[in-house]
Each structure stands twice: as C-alpha cells, then as structure tokens.
Design a protein around this ligand. Structure first.
Ligand code: SF4
Length: 241
C-alpha cells in the first residue's frame, strides 16, 4: 500500500460500502456494476472485491476500445478472480449495417451519426446487460463535467426502467487516485498519458493542462452534448438512506 487515506476519504469509503450493502438487501442482490474500466469504476470494482464480491459486473466492448483498455480488462479478471465480469458485444448484424450504410468512421460527420454509432455499439448492449435488473451501479461523479454536475447518489433511471446508484457522486478526482494508489488497484495506462476519461479509441484524445476532464471525449462536439446516451438524465434523485 502507498499514500495514506485521509479520515474524510475513509468516511466516504465507508459510506459507499454502506450504500451498496443496503442496496444489495433492498434489491435482493439483483444489481450490477457497469464497469467502463475507467478510474472510478476500478475503485468500485476493488470495493466490490473486498466487501461485496457477489455483485456482478459487466463491460461493454464496443469493438472500438483502445488496446490499453482491453489489456486492463484481462488484468481485472486475473487480479480479481472472485469477481464475475461479463462482457457484452454489439449485435454483429447491426454493426455491419451501420458500417455498410454510413462508413467505418461516420461518427465524425455529424452528431446524429455519432449517436447512432453509440446506439449500436453501446446502448443496445447496455439494454441487454440491464434486462431483468432492479438497479445498476455507475462511477459517475459530479466533478466530471457540465453534463454530470447534478448526479445524485441514487436516482430513477427512466430511460432504462431501473434504479441507478452513483456511490462516488461526491468523490473528487484526488480522492479517486488516492484510493487507487493506496490499494494498488490496476488501472488503464492511458490515464498516465493525459487521458482522464477513456472511451472508444477514435472518439477519445489526450487533454492539455487546464482542460475539462472530459474534453477529450467527442472533442469535436459541443460540451453540453458529450454523452453517449448511457447516462441519460434521470428524473427522481434520492440520497442513500
Ligand atoms: S464512442 Fe465513438 S466509436 Fe464508440 S460507440 Fe460512440 S461513436 Fe461509436
């Protein structure tokens, strides 16, 4: 272990574990972590491995992920043999149709085509991953971007029809990295190359000093629109009990 945990961070860790334990009871274990393999989700994966290994996880492999992300996925399954990590892929026929009709990199042409690509490669697999679930867990944080500054600890996900838990909503970037370093958690090596937020390879770039942490995602679009649809605005925010 390295870096000491502050009392404030230890308290936040305890709150996350409490929230997830209560949610496990409330939803009778029918909840799942959407693990994007980003820094926040690695904190959550590590916490689940320590305290709640029965909560399963899924990863969406869009077919356009960076090699470094796939390397991390392999490391996660080796590092945490106690965790169940399911990988969901897009429907091959839908990807083939999109590429045939629009082109392999059509997402650069318009926001409509970008969202269509995210729909095929992310949203449809997400729907399958969430089918039958009562709640899902995400690593969303308010500090991440203008599109996330109202994230609640628990909120109704109207788009997907289940509860969404965001236990790291009030964590700072500094706290995320203090946790990762303290517990020597594996993480995506792109983070060390100025990629604070990592998605598909063609839609992610490194950022410069002073830029917003999500400035490297769909950088050619307006910041207010830089979401893929996985986290559509929810309607009823609820704090954890
Ligand atoms: S992030 Fe880019 S490549 Fe990935 S699904 Fe969305 S548009 Fe397609």
């Amino acid at each position: 272990m390295s870096d000491q945990l502050t009392p404030e961070l230890q308290q936040k860790i305890d709150q996350v574990v409490t929230q997830l334990r209560e949610a496990t009871a409330q939803y009778q274990g029918n909840l799942v972590l959407a693990n994007s393999l980003g820094a926040e989700d690695m904190v959550l994966a590590d916490l689940l491995a320590r305290y709640l290994p029965d909560i399963s996880q899924f990863v969406l492999d869009t077919g356009r992920l960076p090699e470094e992300t796939l390397t991390l996925l392999a490391r996660v399954t080796e590092h945490y043999p106690q965790l169940q990590v399911d990988v969901y892929y897009p429907e091959a026929a839908a990807v083939e149709a999109y590429v045939r009709e629009q082109g392999i990199n059509a997402f650069y042409q318009s926001q409509e085509l970008r969202k269509a690509c995210c729909g095929v490669r992310k949203l449809e697999p997400l729907k399958r991953a969430l089918t039958g679930r009562a709640a899902w867990i995400t690593g969303l944080r308010r500090e991440q971007s203008v599109t996330r500054d109202t994230v609640a600890f628990s909120e109704w996900d109207a788009a997907n029809g289940l509860q969404k838990l965001n236990p790291l909503a009030d964590w700072s970037t500094k706290e995320i990295w203090a946790y990762l370093r303290h517990f020597n958690v594996p993480y995506n090596e792109l983070h060390d190359r100025h990629y604070p937020s990592i998605g598909c390879a063609p839609c992610t770039r490194a950022i410069s000093v002073g830029e917003d942490v999500r400035a490297g995602r769909w950088w050619w679009e307006n910041p207010e629109n830089r979401e893929c649809g996985l986290h559509a605005a929810s309607s009823i925010p609820l704090r954890p009990r």
